[in-house]
Ligand binder design. Structure first.
Ligand SMILES: Cc1ncc(COP(=O)(O)O)c(C=O)c1O
Length: 348
């Protein structure tokens, strides 16, 4: 029986078209040394990504984490304070890298469903006094993973950016799943990032590319980001092998994300019918959390029980379990996954 892997959209395998694109680019002699800017496919991807995101320039990086760090380091100075949601990826899930590699001091604040309101931001900016670290940036995560794939609306991004810019702060968007947000709202992705200074998007999540993320912003920012990427060991050579699937990801894989969203909604509907399971917010995109508060079992044990029934989830969230839909699962799998949850819930 098929294993239903709902751990993350990062488990998506490249499509045949992506593999064909690598071979075609190779046969056409388009690969080169990207550290010298000589890989035509990387250049094409970067130009395309910049256009799609409405920014002057873009840069291919190895991962979302590297993209976030590159963006932060390119726009701040060691010792600066960065305002982040307390459940944001760059604060919780990046191994403390902004502090350990960049000397940056995170200022975690409690956002509203992951969103740092202008008021929360204003209350978190240190005054210009040598006792305090200089607050120089705020990060907006869109969609917000830990809050449940929540979409931050364009007007929310604009309001936050206005408050930040008024005080001289930069705004970085961790848009690992920015295209999920755009598809959910039915708007171009660029509308979500027009007011931010830098944005990172992942090609390797729901868009199914095997590797890679993009950072985008002004030409000046990308010039600096290029230097930082190299410093962090992210200078790649024939990176067109990564860029070729990335181009397909941007061209062909965005609109289908709505299928992932409707599967998440279907899963939500089924899980909501199980009395002992507390389902958090109805999913806006492809992420959904349940809580196990009403049951005498923790998430780790629950996920082990689900695994025995052919359903994979991450159980590292205490009493919360995350389900992520993506291209490798279908409607039928949602029914089976919900049934497995019900079976485990009944057995404890
Ligand atoms: C919101 C968010 N930002 C950044 C990342 C980091 O991406 P990567 O795993 O490619 O480093 C992730 C990965 O899951 C994420 O969910």
């Amino acid at each position: 029986m098929k294993t239903i892997d709902l751990r993350s959209d990062t488990v998506t395998l490249p499509t045949d078209e992506m593999i064909d694109a690598i071979v075609a680019a190779h046969k056409a002699g388009r690969f080169g040394d990207d550290v010298s800017g000589e890989d035509e496919v990387v250049n094409e991807l970067q130009e395309k990504a910049a256009r799609i995101l409405g920014k002057e320039a873009a840069l291919l990086v190895t991962s979302g984490t590297q993209g976030n760090l590159t963006s932060l380091f390119a726009q701040t100075t060691r010792g600066d304070e960065i305002v982040v949601d307390e459940q944001s990826h760059c604060y919780v899930f990046e191994g403390g890298a902004m502090a350990s590699f960049g000397g940056l001091y995170p200022r975690p604040v409690r956002g509203v469903r992951g969103y740092i309101t202008p008021e929360i931001l204003r209350n978190s900016i240190n005054s210009d006094d040598p006792h305090y670290a200089r607050t120089s940036m705020v990060v907006v995560e869109n969609t917000h993973n830990y809050a449940g794939g929540i979409v931050v609306r364009p007007e929310q991004v604009s309001a936050l950016a206005e408050a930040a810019h008024e005080k001289g702060l930069k705004v970085h968007c961790d848009g690992a799943r920015l295209f999920n947000a755009a598809v959910a709202l039915g708007i171009p992705a660029r509308n979500l990032v027009q007011d931010v200074d830098s944005v990172m998007v992942c090609l390797s999540k729901g868009l199914s590319a095997p590797v890679g993320s993009i950072v985008a912003g002004t030409k000046e920012f990308i010039h600096e980001a290029h230097r930082i990427r190299k410093r962090m060991g992210g200078g790649m050579r024939q990176a067109g092998i990564i860029a070729a699937p990335g181009i397909i990801a941007l061209e062909k894989m965005v609109t289908r994300l709505k299928e992932d969203h409707s599967n998440a909604r279907l899963l939500y509907d089924r899980l909501s019918k199980i009395p002992s399971v507390v389902v958090e917010e109805p999913p806006e995109t492809n992420i959904l959390f349940i809580r196990l508060d009403k049951m005498n079992i923790d998430a780790m044990k629950f996920s082990e029980e689900l695994k025995k029934r052919g359903v994979l989830v991450y159980g590292e969230y205490g009493t919360r379990i995350r389900f992520v839909t993506h291209r490798m699962v279908n409607r039928e799998d949602m029914f089976r996954a919900a049934q497995a949850v019900e079976d485990v819930a009944k057995s404890v």
